[in-house]
Ligand binder design. Structure first.
Ligand SMILES: C[S@@+](CC[C@H](N)C(=O)[O-])C[C@H]1O[C@@H](n2cnc3c(N)ncnc32)[C@H](O)[C@@H]1O
Length: 305
């Protein structure tokens, strides 16, 4: 199938029976534990903190906007794990013909829709598990994701599902975290709060923040799912945690790993660890606020079609 064929087929399908509008779809919603966590309290917390989260990862927006703009002049783009919609909205405002954001967390989608406020007609948000959602076939020129691809319980099935939603040769561009050692922010925050002072992160290669941290493993999943020309490029950015130490402390105390570590131990122990956390944040305070280093892979690939 040529790009031109797939484009015209895609337009026809988008016209007839496109199921990716702004409504929810029963049966497409996540059943995994990780996705349930996002759909529940975790999603609610991040929804309350959406402005801070945008500032936290703002440095990572550029490479994905560039990827979304490459290719056709007015592409159709799917943003996987769109969260509160910052990337999807920026892509829609920068000339995409249509941007669909999908997420399992209703609280985040509520924020995303409120931010769109009917003023960005080319963007829509759907509630569903991207691993299972029945997207229109061969619709999207580009799939993007800012830290939303690492949570699938069956990554090969998930990538096969995403690839089938793309035109032949369509691009995938996504940011995923590199391992804990490359992420000063999580190393230092968890080391401050852990009982033995050792950094703690979720295991690489399992659904979670480091689910795609191992490029060799992630490349096999993408290839088995129907992607070619798979590439991993390191991308490092400081994470902005707040203007002052007090602001950064209030924010980081809600981070799921920090919250969970500080929920254990006596009041004295917790107070000591909290002071250690404050010291880490104070040591990271500079003219531009509190910042800690982070490292991601920019994953790129093409849907084989
Ligand atoms: C780290 S957040 C990133 C949010 C957003 N991309 C951003 O950068 O602001 C990960 C997002 O992926 C979503 N997510 C996790 N598993 C998902 C799945 N299977 N399908 C759709 N969304 C998922 C979560 O609900 C969450 O909003």
């Amino acid at each position: 199938m040529t790009m031109t064929d797939s484009h015209s087929q895609r337009r026809r399908r988008a016209h007839h029976g496109d199921r990716s509008g702004s409504s929810d779809e029963e049966g497409a919603v996540a059943v995994t534990d990780v996705a349930r966590a996002w759909a529940g309290p975790e999603g609610e917390w991040w929804a309350r903190q959406w402005r801070r989260h945008e500032r936290l990862v703002a440095g990572y927006q550029g490479p994905l906007l560039a990827a979304g703009r490459a290719g056709p002049a007015a592409p159709q783009v799917l943003d996987v794990g769109c969260g509160a919609g910052g990337l999807a909205l920026d892509l829609a405002r920068s000339g995409a013909e249509a941007v669909v954001g999908i997420d399992v967390a209703r609280p985040l989608l509520t924020v995303a829709r409120r931010r769109a406020g009917g003023r960005v007609p080319s963007v829509s948000f759907v509630h569903g598990d991207a691993q299972r959602y029945r997207f229109p076939v061969a619709r999207f020129d580009c799939v993007v994701s800012r830290f939303g691809l690492m949570f699938f319980d069956d990554p090969v099935a998930a990538f096969a599902n995403l690839a089938s939603a793309q035109v032949a040769g369509g691009r995938l561009a996504a940011l995923v975290w590199r391992p804990l050692d490359d992420n000063e922010w999580l190393m230092r925050l968890t080391a401050a709060c852990a009982p033995g002072g050792e950094p703690i992160g979720p295991p690489a290669g399992r659904p979670g923040a480091f689910g795609m941290a191992d490029p060799a493993q992630a490349a096999t999943w993408l290839a088995a799912g129907g992607y070619t020309s798979v590439g991993f490029e390191p991308c490092d950015r400081p994470l902005y945690l707040g203007r002052t130490v007090a602001e950064a402390l209030e924010f980081t105390l809600g981070f799921p790993p920090v919250r969970s570590l500080l929920s254990m131990g006596s009041a004295r122990t917790v107070a000591r660890r909290r002071r250690r956390l404050e010291d880490v944040l104070a040591s990271a305070l500079g003219p531009g606020g509190v910042r800690l280093g982070s490292g991601a892979w920019l994953v790129t690939a093409r849907a084989a079609g």
